[in-house]
Design a protein around this ligand. Structure first.
Ligand SMILES: [Fe+2]
Length: 243
């Protein structure tokens, strides 16, 4: 794993002020490598700036459902109407280079002995949501590394499996040998756990710690972008509540 300290970002969702604040925090935390568990685009109004930043960072990224649908012309029957409206808008913002980057993303990536996935390792292309220990149990049957990071629900939480699976909130986790972890790093660009601050995780392989960071950002700037783009007002309002 070298000497890297990893920042694991998820569900950035075209929220540039949030991504910028998280990057500043991560550099102050001496992070040396950025990773992303998917959904760089969707919901908010700055897909290009977020995508190009992720590309410039050399950020290893897995495919999220919004990444997949924003880079295809597939029907949006499975999407909430509000989300679908932004997917259609986002498709018109992206150039060929952006589209190729998104289409080439893999569902699962192995990085230095741990795993990244957007949703869950059992059928990652089905975009199942892992909210409880039972759903996490199905994932663990497919998890061959001790540690796997994911996103998708926008709720930061850790599932740990010893004999059984436990669901826990965390702020700083000390990894134990013989335990498996499936860690949701929360959302940079649209938190849904009632805390409007951006969430991401710092993983230090030397210290064997995973720290959940919460970072305030300029919510009003993101809201202004949504309104200027003519995107649904509800998407601007929800950011204040972190819901
Ligand atoms: Fe998402």
């Amino acid at each position: 794993m070298g000497d890297h300290r990893y920042a694991i970002l998820g569900d950035i969702h075209s929220n540039w002020p949030a991504l910028e604040a998280v990057m500043t925090d991560a550099f102050a935390q001496n992070v040396t490598q950025f990773l992303c568990v998917g959904d760089v685009v969707g919901y908010n109004a700055e897909p290009v700036r977020c995508l190009e930043t992720i590309m410039e960072l050399g950020c290893v990224t897995v495919m999220g459902n919004h990444d997949q649908y924003c880079s295809s012309s597939a029907p949006l029957d499975d999407f909430h109407p509000l989300a679908a409206e932004v997917v259609r808008w986002t498709r018109n913002q992206l150039n060929d280079q952006h589209l190729t980057f998104l289409r080439d993303l893999k569902f699962v990536r192995r990085v230095a002995g741990f795993t990244l996935v957007h949703s869950t390792l059992d059928m990652p292309e089905k975009w199942g949501y892992v909210f409880d220990a039972l759903e996490a149990d199905a994932n663990f049957n497919y998890q061959s590394t001790a540690l796997c990071f994911h996103g998708h629900t926008h709720v930061p939480v850790v599932f740990e499996r010893q004999k059984t699976v436990h669901r826990m909130h965390f702020s700083r986790l000390q990894l134990q040998l013989g335990t498996r972890y499936f860690i949701n790093v929360g959302s940079v660009g649209q938190p849904r756990d009632g805390d409007p601050r951006s969430a991401y995780a710092v993983f230090d392989p030397q210290l064997k710690t995973v720290e959940l960071r919460r970072v305030p950002y300029d919510v009003e700037a993101t809201q202004a972008g949504i309104r200027n783009a003519g995107l649904p007002e509800r998407l601007a309002r929800r950011l204040v509540f972190g819901k």
